[in-house]
Design a protein around this ligand. Structure first.
Ligand code: ZN
Length: 333
């Protein structure tokens, strides 16, 4: 987290391509959205319980980051938009909306400005849903939705609901229909796009889609004991976190969703998975100069987000068991 903190810019935001501000660290990301970079960078801090109100060394960092996001947002008729940077804007919007909802939920004193921003960002998600298929894609109302972009929106809606904000039930029903349309084997596995025949060129390997789909299923109400869910989780546990044994590369995007899914499901697989991935991340963390404390794995998808995205995902994976953001708390705790 200190590495992430050291790469915050004066305006409170972050860049994926941080080479402009830091000439010492390699592997900046290619993606241009500062909203996405900033929202992602804030997630591990919120996850560890650092808010813009609670006294901590990161109070100012979180406060400035939130201020940056709100300043960049645009009030539209359909809600508060954070999707206007780049052609894959709904990614940025979903992640930023999660940050606003979680920061609001964890606030000691509820501020109207933040509650308004969080609520309005959710309204934008509702209005950007594909009315037919129920998913979300890069642009508002684009059809068909894909599982990767939809995941961030569904997590934002779930987070908003937990924070006591308004989320319309029809949106959730439709989102469920979308998940249903991406399910294979009755819901044991999931596909990146609704129709299996549609070729997905997205970031998601079948493993990532399956881990994402299973997690979202649980967020929308499936519980352990359901045969498809049980089978699906067993499959993910069997795949394990790595591409190959003794190979120091991995798709952190897949591991992120798989870790959340296994932790949420909470069973015999979790302990082994968690110790395996912890050991791996401790071993692969950079200890070179300014890069110390960060991670980078060359990967088709993660290259877009570069060292910042890799480091954020690694930090989120490591803090999964301790995370205190409402969205990631286990049910019935
Ligand atoms: Zn640096």
């Amino acid at each position: 987290m200190q590495w992430i903190a050291a790469h915050q810019r004066k305006d409170g935001g972050w860049n994926f391509g941080f080479e402009e501000t830091c000439r010492q660290c390699s592997n900046g990301g290619e993606h241009g959205s500062r909203i996405a970079a900033t929202a992602l960078a804030l997630l591990p801090f919120l996850g560890a319980g650092y808010t813009h109100q609670a006294d901590s060394p990161y109070k100012k960092l979180v406060d400035n980051g939130l201020f940056f996001l709100i300043k960049r947002s645009v009030e539209e008729q359909r809600g508060l938009a954070l999707n206007h940077e780049g052609s894959q804007g709904m990614y940025s919007h979903g992640i930023a909306s999660i940050v606003l909802c979680e920061a609001y939920a964890m606030s000691l004193q509820k501020q109207t400005k933040l509650s308004h921003a969080a609520q309005e960002s959710l309204r934008f998600i509702e209005n950007a849903q594909d009315r037919q298929g129920g998913g979300w894609r890069y642009r508002p109302n684009e059809s068909p939705g894909d599982l990767s972009v939809s995941a961030w929106q569904i997590m934002a809606l779930k987070s908003g609901k937990l924070a006591g904000l308004h989320v319309s039930q029809p949106t959730i029903y439709l989102a469920n229909d979308f998940l249903e349309s991406t399910a294979m084997d009755g819901g044991r596995r999931f596909n990146y796009l609704p129709d299996f025949n549609l070729r997905g060129t997205g970031p998601d390997s079948p493993k990532t889609s399956t881990a994402t789909g299973l997690l979202l299923r649980m967020y929308l109400g499936w519980e352990p004991g359901d045969e498809m869910l049980d089978d699906g989780i067993a499959t993910v546990a069997q795949w394990g976190p790595f591409n190959r044994k003794n190979d120091l590369s991995c798709n952190l995007y897949y591991v992120y969703y798989a870790t959340l899914a296994l932790h949420h499901y909470d069973n015999k697989y979790w302990k082994h998975w968690n110790s395996e991935i912890r050991e791996f991340l401790i071993q692969t963390q950079s200890n070179r100069g300014h890069e110390a404390g960060s991670w980078y794995f060359p990967d088709h998808y993660c290259d877009t987000g570069g060292r910042l995205l890799n480091t954020v995902l690694a930090a989120l994976i490591l803090e999964t068991p301790y995370r205190i953001m409402p969205l990631f708390r286990k049910p019935k705790q």
